[in-house]
Design a protein around this ligand. Structure first.
Ligand code: NAP
Length: 308
């Protein structure tokens, strides 16, 4: 496993994170096996959110971890709050943040989480309230580090005007299929392609400038939750290159797709959401591969982009 030190944050965390969004589908013993497999592969970082299975993912993890040999201090537990699909609203109010963390700690059966991210933005967010909530959570020792997810540069700047704690992570969608984080820089000012559309106000370079580690979510998904592009018939050219490089490096295609993310100099983490131990082993082979500059471009072009 490749590890990374996070500026103003934890040291030696794994470049691959196990995302637990799909954990509610597992029994407690299968979840324990998944967590143990991840740990054996060198993963020490687990991602949650209050909305994953409406709390079921955190509940399952909290029960399952007791059946493993892992110690609390050896793992990095992250969760996110603010998404309330049940209430049909997003909520970053002080009250909701504080209540959410209490629920997270109860479900995960722990005294603290290592990181709390504000999930997708609440359009009615008040940064002063958020600052107050973060101060309380830090003082009470319930949260060690803070971050955001799917948040644009100016919103981060506004948060930083009030929030004292460093915002160390921004979780964003990024994959060979969903590469809009980088596309607009290449096609700048080009009216002939929609790849030139800046959809996030340059959030990747903003994060690099401000030492915010990007966590790439859904690294293998087509669009938003339409399945995996590896071995999918709609992606013949991409799969041909994934297969060719897989043979060269002696790893599965999924490993090459993840290695493409890890090769980016922003030093992102990739959040793998598989709940299949064999698939996770394949994915972790990504850390054995260092793609060349040219191979990185070959994959990017095979995913349907072109050089302007
Ligand atoms: N911040 C946000 O807004 C946000 C949004 C979405 C997700 N996330 C985070 O990102 C994590 C990952 O999301 P995700 O699960 O959508 O994305 P993913 O890791 O890209 O998984 C996509 C699909 O790939 C499949 N897959 C993996 N390896 C495979 C293989 N070797 N062969 C065939 N299929 C394979 C998985 O199915 P199998 O289970 O069958 O392997 C899974 O259904 C989540 O758990 C969550 O922590 C964050």
């Amino acid at each position: 496993m490749k590890m990374i030190d996070i500026k103003d944050g934890p040291k030696q965390v794994s470049r691959i994170i196990l995302g637990c969004m799909r954990m509610p589908a597992l029994s407690v013993s299968d979840a324990a096996r998944m967590i143990e497999t991840a740990s054996d592969l060198g993963i020490n970082f687990f991602d949650h959110a209050t909305c994953y299975g409406d709390g079921e993912a955190e509940l399952r993890f909290g029960e399952a971890i007791k059946q493993t040999s892992l110690k609390r201090e050896d793992i990095f537990l992250q969760s996110k709050c603010g998404l309330h699909f049940d209430r049909k609203e997003f909520d970053w109010s002080k009250k909701d943040i504080l209540e959410s963390v209490d629920g997270i700690l109860q479900r995960l059966q722990t005294d603290y989480i290592d990181a709390l991210l504000l999930h997708r933005p609440d359009l009615l967010y008040d940064p002063e309230e958020i600052a107050e909530a973060f101060d309380i959570l830090e003082k009470e020792g319930k949260v060690k580090h803070f971050g955001i997810s799917n948040v644009m540069p100016l919103q981060i700047e506004l948060l930083k005007k009030y929030v004292k704690q460093p915002l160390i992570f921004n979780q964003l969608q990024f994959s060979l299929d969903q590469s809009q984080l980088i596309d607009s820089a290449l096609y700048l000012n080009n009216k002939t392609t929609e790849y030139s559309i800046d959809r996030d106000n340059g959030v990747l370079d903003y994060c690099r400038l401000h030492d915010i580690t990007v966590q790439a979510w859904s690294p293998l998904q087509i669009g938003m939750f339409k399945g995996c592009f590896v071995d999918h018939p709609d992606f013949p050219e991409l799969n041909a290159v994934l297969g060719k490089l897989g043979e060269k490096y002696g790893v599965p295609k999924t490993a090459i797709a993840i290695a493409w993310i890890l090769r980016h100099p922003a030093k992102m983490q990739a959040i793998a959401g598989t709940m299949n131990p064999d698939h996770l082993k394949d994915i972790c082979d990504a850390t054995k591969v260092d793609l060349t500059h040219n191979e990185w471009y070959e994959l990017y072009l095979a995913s349907g982009k072109f050089l302007p």
